[in-house]
Design a protein around this ligand. Structure first.
Ligand SMILES: *[C@@H]1O[C@H](CO)[C@@H](O)[C@H](O)[C@H]1NC(C)=O
Ligand SMILES: *[C@@H]1O[C@H](CO)[C@@H](O)[C@H](O)[C@H]1NC(C)=O
Ligand SMILES: *[C@@H]1O[C@H](CO)[C@@H](O)[C@H](O)[C@H]1NC(C)=O
Ligand SMILES: *[C@@H]1O[C@H](CO)[C@@H](O)[C@H](O)[C@H]1NC(C)=O
Ligand SMILES: *[C@@H]1O[C@H](CO)[C@@H](O)[C@H](O)[C@H]1NC(C)=O
Ligand SMILES: *[C@@H]1O[C@H](CO)[C@@H](O)[C@H](O)[C@H]1NC(C)=O
Ligand SMILES: *[C@@H]1O[C@H](CO)[C@@H](O)[C@H](O)[C@H]1NC(C)=O
Ligand SMILES: *[C@@H]1O[C@H](CO)[C@@H](O)[C@H](O)[C@H]1NC(C)=O
Ligand SMILES: *[C@@H]1O[C@H](CO)[C@@H](O)[C@H](O)[C@H]1NC(C)=O
Ligand SMILES: *[C@@H]1O[C@H](CO)[C@@H](O)[C@H](O)[C@H]1NC(C)=O
Ligand SMILES: *[C@@H]1O[C@H](CO)[C@@H](O)[C@H](O)[C@H]1NC(C)=O
Ligand SMILES: *[C@@H]1O[C@H](CO)[C@@H](O)[C@H](O)[C@H]1NC(C)=O
Length: 467
């Protein structure tokens, strides 16, 4: 009996050391092809960590899919700098590196890697997905310390609503961008959030071109302490709260809190502070924080729908904008103590699309409010600028101006324009690839796999200040 016991014990030790080997072994090198990487995840099962090697580039020929709850993809040793492994979207007709919207993917995590979307100078892919596709019918997923840039599709990071059961995503400490080009309709978002009760914090987003952070309803989410700025490309909106179709009832931003974010427009010498960064003169943010669908779409396509039940406070803006803060078509909005510090300027010219339709928007100002379409809201600006650095600014620069706040992305940045301005109806074009409740994801995915490579967007559109 003792002998048998001993042999069982030995057997157990050997067995367990063999079992643990794949989990704790050295990283999986990039000589492993994409099906091989996928196989580690599939056979690893729940809580498996796919550990990638520092400094290596993994040229993905296909989308990598999580397959079980609590799986992790990360770089060995969790570096936060350029030693993070890079997943390159290399394959034909794919625009996504990692997909986490399958069923039963609670708590999966992506940590300390870089995602190179590999779009380069190509036009944006039509009907394509984002660099990273998370969310869906899942909760508790985490994306942190990830650099995601140059997506072929419409976003650097998309958290999808699924059948409106997505909840509790954590998106933090990521460095995002550049995303998209600022040529007409070649834009891409930094973070596209459509998941309830989620937390988006401590992210830095540089040179996104559509929205820095776009909130698609996402009830009870908190978006705080993120930094959004531009260096070489014009960004349409710093933080967008304009997409009302996704979460129902239309405009359901209930309990959404946007607080303590820093949004820096351009700092080119002629518009601001050159020591804060090398900037193209034409790189501005058209609208720092955009609230209400009409701010975005001047054709009133959403009727009387309103961005509802949200709070926007204590955000800090600086640098060059067309409009710092713009509010229209909102219900039950609490908007307070959003400040401008250092050198802030508001300057842009009317583009050709501004004058279509029945109204022309107000010209650039720091804070524009369309009072006729805003109801049951508390909206105020602080009566003084609290920053000691704001010596050249006075409160009177930053009081709310009542006026027409329709389709404000129609404005064109100041600075030299080396190419024609857009002639297509920018404000009336649908935004490509945006979720459409309730079946948006399924439609986009289907379309993606049907598209042959040459069917990418042909209409590259005219350039807006390529700088
Ligand atoms: C592996 O990554 C290195 C960079 O560390 C790169 O030079 C090499 O081409 C990659 N190998 C493969 C097979 O992709
Ligand atoms: C990931 O899933 C998609 C379908 O959702 C599939 O087309 C693709 O081949 C999968 N990736 C791998 C590496 O098997
Ligand atoms: C989810 O995955 C785990 C581990 O693979 C499995 O044990 C569980 O049954 C799955 N749950 C559902 C609802 O499919
Ligand atoms: C990645 O792999 C594709 C083939 O799937 C190849 O065409 C491309 O040149 C590779 N890219 C790099 C940077 O190695
Ligand atoms: C939310 O997600 C985080 C990260 O996965 C997890 O630690 C936490 O327990 C989740 N909270 C709830 C209420 O499920
Ligand atoms: C904001 O984030 C920065 C960097 O992650 C951190 O140092 C700072 O303490 C945070 N501030 C707040 C108010 O959370
Ligand atoms: C706003 O909140 C009220 C009160 O909770 C709720 O009845 C209404 O449906 C909410 N509006 C939207 C668009 O979610
Ligand atoms: C915003 O900053 C203030 C002051 O630092 C802090 O009290 C508050 O908790 C912060 N809010 C969030 C959501 O982090
Ligand atoms: C730019 O702003 C920074 C931070 O406020 C300040 O330290 C610096 O002196 C400024 N530089 C110029 C040239 O105004
Ligand atoms: C709200 O928006 C939806 C979706 O675009 C639209 O079908 C509906 O007519 C709008 N409702 C009103 C009252 O304008
Ligand atoms: C306003 O929004 C808050 C936060 O979602 C909610 O608690 C409150 O009931 C709403 N009030 C009205 C009048 O809709
Ligand atoms: C107003 O916002 C600024 C900047 O975030 C913050 O330092 C200050 O504490 C806020 N004031 C109040 C009264 O919340």
């Amino acid at each position: 009996m003792p002998r048998l016991g001993l042999s069982l014990l030995c057997g157990t030790l050997i067995y367990s050391s063999l079992l643990s080997t794949p989990v704790h072994a050295a990283c999986i090198p990039n000589t492993t092809d994409t099906p091989g990487l996928q196989n580690y995840l599939t056979s690893g099962g729940q809580s498996y960590t796919l550990s990638l090697c520092q400094g290596q580039i993994y040229n993905l020929t296909d989308i990598l899919n999580y397959t079980a709850p609590y799986q992790e993809i990360s770089t060995e040793g969790y570096p936060t700098d350029s030693n993070r492994a890079t997943l390159l979207v290399g394959g034909f007709n794919i625009s996504t590196a990692i997909y986490a919207q399958g069923s039963n993917l609670t708590g999966v995590a992506l940590r300390n890697v870089q995602i190179d979307g590999n779009r380069g100078d190509s036009p944006i892919y039509t009907a394509s997905n984002a660099n990273l596709e998370f969310g869906g019918a899942n909760s508790g997923q985490i994306v942190e310390y990830v650099k995601s840039y140059d997506p072929r599709g419409w976003s650097c990071l998309h958290i999808a609503e699924g059948p409106f059961t997505c909840s509790n995503m954590t998106v933090q400490h990521n460095d995002i961008g550049p995303c998209g080009s600022d040529s007409f309709q070649q834009w891409a978002d930094g973070v596209s959030l459509s998941c309830a009760k989620s937390l988006v914090q401590h992210n830095t987003i540089v040179d996104a071109t559509d929205g820095g952070i776009v909130i698609f309803g996402s009830p009870y989410s908190v978006i705080h302490n993120n930094t959004i700025h531009v260096q070489t490309r014009t960004l349409l909106g710093g933080i967008n709260m304009v997409d009302i179709e996704t979460w129902l009832p239309y405009g359901n931003f209930s309990g959404v809190l946007v607080e303590n974010n820093t949004i820096n427009g351009g700092f080119a010498t002629e518009y601001g502070n050159s020591t804060l960064g090398k900037n193209n003169a034409s790189a501005i943010i058209k609208v720092g924080i955009a609230i209400g669908p009409d701010v975005w779409w001047g054709d009133l396509r959403y009727g009387t729908n309103k961005t509802s039940n949200s709070t926007v406070r204590n955000n800090v803006l600086s640098g060059a904008f067309a409009f710092g803060l713009a509010i229209s078509s909102s219900y039950n909005l609490t908007f307070e103590n959003n400040t401008f510090v250092n050198n802030a300027s508001f300057s842009a010219s009317y583009g050709p699309n501004c004058t279509t339709g029945s109204s022309t928007p107000h010209d650039p100002v720091s804070v524009l409010l369309e009072p006729n379409t805003v109801s049951d809201s508390t909206i105020s600006m602080p009566s003084f600028q609290s920053s000691p650095l704001s010596t050249t600014l006075t409160a009177s620069n930053f009081q709310i101006v009542n006026g027409t706040a329709l389709g404000l992305t129609c404005f064109l940045p100041p600075g030299p324009t080396s190419s024609p301005t857009p002639t297509a109806a920018e404000v009336s074009m649908p935004r490509r690839g945006r979720p459409r409740a309730p079946a948006g994801i399924q439609r986009r995915r289907a379309a993606q796999y049907l598209l042959p490579h040459p069917a990418r967007a042909q209409d590259t559109g005219p350039q807006i200040d390529p700088g």
